[in-house]
Design a protein around this ligand. Structure first.
Ligand code: CA
Length: 325
């Protein structure tokens, strides 16, 4: 549903400290030979060793991850993860607080999503072509779940334009960033990228309460992401998805993948970038949330709202499904 955002310019502390050893050695060679040379070199060497020791201390501090993530570190250990594993994940140089992406995700936007675009002839045509191409899988999913294929395809269209926009964010980073939103450290970083005209909004009790809810949610999703990666034999740092941390054509968050995802093509993995797995997973989700053949509009709306709690969203999905008949 959200457009794919590419990661911004890296802003990692490690780049700054890489400069230091170079500076130390240029200091050491710039001394002209004189009678003080030996002692100066000794002083230079001592300084270099001191700096190296300090850098060593910095590396150790960094191994456990940046300060902003320390509440998350504690929570992951509380959830039963091995502290060594947590430190190696949070200390990975790819891991960072995504200030810019969080501002895009959370700052009030003047542009609301234009749902009308999903009811145009282009979307309907693409949906019908997809239905024809995947007719067998859709029929099998309907047999197992009782969910109308047009609704499954409508959801995949609105969520990701049938897989064209699945997101290019590090799911680990965007979930980790959301997981600490209720801390002053994260809010300070976020303030740097927050739209200037809405600075007051950032400090309002309503926003703070929203951040708190999101942080609680994201800490649970972090646990699910790590379990999912373990199950699939992948690194949790490898997953790409939306700004909010949703994956694949179906835009499932990790907990939904674990709970309702289906490996339909039998390759041992729930891959929501794969149409077979995505179709069966969406149908399975809708069935588990109350979809039954012959439901009226009110009943269908109620089920679709569990997928995305927005009335214009539900209306668009059901409207598109009618047009796909
Ligand atoms: Ca699969």
């Amino acid at each position: 549903m959200l457009p794919a955002f590419t990661a911004g310019k890296r802003n990692h502390a490690i780049h700054t400290h890489n400069l230091w050893p170079g500076k130390v050695s240029s200091l050491m060679v710039s001394f002209k030979p004189n009678r003080w040379r030996l002692s100066r070199e000794a002083l230079g060497l001592g300084l270099a060793l001191l700096l190296l020791a300090l850098l060593g201390a910095f590396e150790t501090a960094h191994a456990g991850g940046q300060k902003v993530f320390s509440p998350l570190r504690a929570e992951m250990i509380r959830q039963g993860m091995d502290p060594k594993k947590v430190d190696s994940l949070l200390g990975d140089k790819r891991v960072r607080f995504e200030s810019r992406l969080m501002a895009v995700l959370l700052a009030p936007s003047e542009h609301s999503l234009n749902y009308g675009q999903f009811l145009g002839s282009k979307t309907v045509k693409a949906g019908k072509a997809f239905m024809a191409k995947h007719a067998n899988v859709l029929a099998e999913a309907q047999k197992q779940s009782g969910v109308d294929p047009t609704v499954v395809v409508a959801i995949l269209s609105v969520e990701s334009r049938l897989g064209a926009y699945t997101g290019n964010c590090s799911v680990f980073n965007v979930l980790a960033s959301q997981a600490v939103l209720d801390t002053p450290e994260a809010q300070k970083l976020l303030a740097k990228k927050w739209p200037r005209r809405q600075k007051a909004e950032l400090k309002s009790p309503k926003t703070r309460a929203r951040f708190k809810r999101r942080a609680v949610w994201a800490r649970q999703e972090m646990g699910s992401l790590i379990r999912l990666a373990q199950k699939e034999g992948r690194s949790p740092l490898d997953y790409k998805g939306s700004l909010a941390g949703a994956l694949g054509m179906a835009q499932f968050v990790p907990t939904s993948v674990l709970s309702w995802g289906k490996d339909a093509d039998g390759d041992g993995k729930i891959n929501l970038a794969d149409p077979d797995d995505a179709i069966h997973s969406v149908a399975n989700y809708l069935k588990a949330h109350g979809w039954r053949p012959g439901l009226g509009t009110k009943g269908k709306t109620k089920v679709v709202l569990t997928y995305n709690n927005s009335k214009p969203y539900a209306k668009t999905v059901l409207g598109l499904s009618e047009k796909l008949r």
